[in-house]
Ligand binder design. Structure first.
Ligand code: SAH
Ligand code: SF4
Length: 407
């Protein structure tokens, strides 16, 4: 171990591990915490209910505010645990109102400085969508995705997923009876706070199945954070064996990152396709539990210039999806420094979209949001690998040249 002189000489050389936080825990996790401090089993169910209400409904950050719990127990809890949320190390606001938070997770061990992840809030007229991460980085290496180039990868815990929503609610002043912190954005035009969640940040959610499932359990619990499962979308690059379980155990909306209509091209763009080819993926989609016209699958298709954006590919896309209740989401490619791809020209995207639309599919082109703060799809990457000023400038120029389209 390489210790600097100051560290070696200091009596505080042994890093002090922080007290664990209860924020983000499942009911079972809270029960465990109460057992640890000796609360008798017969009392625990009621205590879990109280903690749940304070933590998730009211968003309190101090045990002393839990007035339905006796002083003694409050003190015991405070001695052993905290209600800390991940630290917001940076908050950026895009010119279009999109907000990106860089969050530092609690260290997992003495030598860990705490992984950093990003979480993005996208306000729209009729909704507010929070884009959350399921992993630090991603083990899959989709060639057009910036996240896939990050080296450090681990699953986020249930707590680390749930607390992304808690941070957003806190930063937006969206917990009842709690004042918004300085600089918070509080919609005052009747707009929504966080009404929807998409697992479209860093990571492949189905590679962290248990963590994501339990987090969705906490988030959708209607005595707490109360965000319904129909308002939660899990996006996958196509982990076929887990798709049925996703529908059965999580009951959320499903999004598939399709991006190509032929296996040879999809093998290149989404290498996981070599394991689970398009035919198997679409078969799993047809069998997705609960699928109906009211509960459609979203197919994401990133528009890459000269790669996957021809008329013939648009027609093939429509043919492939025949019989599946589907929405098609065309995503203009968001460039990042060093990428070999370019975004399709606007006329091309419109033409592609028209073919899809004429075949009877809603085909909204996802307006790029938050490009100026690198918060758009596939641009999420930790602070440790910040962009050079020049790269940022290139992106800004690109942003200035990009028109938006609404269908
Ligand atoms: N790993 C999951 C979820 C996170 S990615 C998945 O792949 O589905 C969220 C979406 O952003 C996916 O559809 C992904 O293909 C897309 N995406 C990744 N990089 C992008 C980029 N540079 N431009 C536009 N979309 C991108
Ligand atoms: Fe991972 Fe999704 Fe990016 Fe592919 S697109 S590398 S699965 S985060």
């Amino acid at each position: 171990m390489n210790l600097s002189v100051a560290e070696a000489a200091s009596p505080a050389a042994e890093p002090v591990m922080r007290r664990p936080s209860l924020a983000g825990r499942t009911r079972a996790g809270l029960d465990e915490a109460l057992a640890e401090i000796g609360v008798p089993e017969k009392e625990r169910r009621m205590r879990v209910g109280q903690l749940w209400n304070w933590i998730y409904h009211y968003g309190v950050r101090d045990f002393q505010e839990m007035t339905t719990i006796g002083k003694g127990l409050r003190a015991q809890l405070a001695e052993r645990f905290t209600l800390d949320l991940p630290e917001v190390t940076a908050e950026q606001v895009s010119t279009d109102g999109t907000r990106k938070w860089l969050l530092r997770m609690a260290p997992t061990g003495p030598r860990d400085r705490g992984a950093e992840i990003e979480c993005v809030y996208i306000p729209e007229v009729d909704r507010g969508t929070l884009c959350v991460s399921s992993q630090v980085g991603c083990t899959l290496t989709c060639t057009f995705c910036h996240t896939g180039t990050q080296r450090l990868v681990r699953n986020l815990t249930t707590e680390e997923i749930v607390t992304q929503l808690m941070v957003a609610r806190e930063r937006l002043g969206d917990f009842p009876n709690r004042a918004a912190p300085d600089g918070a954005f509080v919609p005052n035009d009747g707009g929504r706070f966080v009404s929807n969640i998409v697992f479209m940040g860093m990571g492949e959610p189905l590679y962290n199945f248990d963590g994501v499932r339990d987090a969705i359990g906490v988030i959708s619990d209607n005595e707490g954070l109360s965000l319904g499962r129909r308002r939660i979308t899990v996006s996958t690059s196509g982990v076929v064996p887990q798709i049925e379980a996703l529908g059965a155990q999580m009951g959320t909306m499903l999004a598939i990152s399709l991006h190509a209509v032929r296996d040879d091209l999809r093998n290149e763009l989404v290498p996981l396709n070599k394991k689970y080819p398009i035919k198997d993926l679409l078969e799993a989609c047809r069998n997705y539990p609960g699928l109906s016209n009211a509960k459609r699958i979203t197919f994401e298709y990133v528009m890459l210039k000269g790669v996957n954006d021809s008329d013939a590919e648009a027609r093939e896309l429509v043919r492939l999806l025949k019989g599946i209740p589907a929405k098609i989401n065309l995503i203009p490619f968001n460039p990042w420094p060093g990428t070999r791809y370019e975004c399709s020209d606007w006329e091309r995207i419109e033409r592609f979209s028209e073919i899809v639309f004429k075949a009877g599919y809603a085909s909204p082109v996802r307006t790029p949001r938050g490009r100026d703060i690198l918060a758009a799809c596939g641009q999420l990457k930790s602070e440790t690998e910040k962009l050079s000023a020049r790269a940022r400038l290139m992106l800004e120029q690109d942003e200035a040249e990009t028109a938006t389209v609404a269908h």
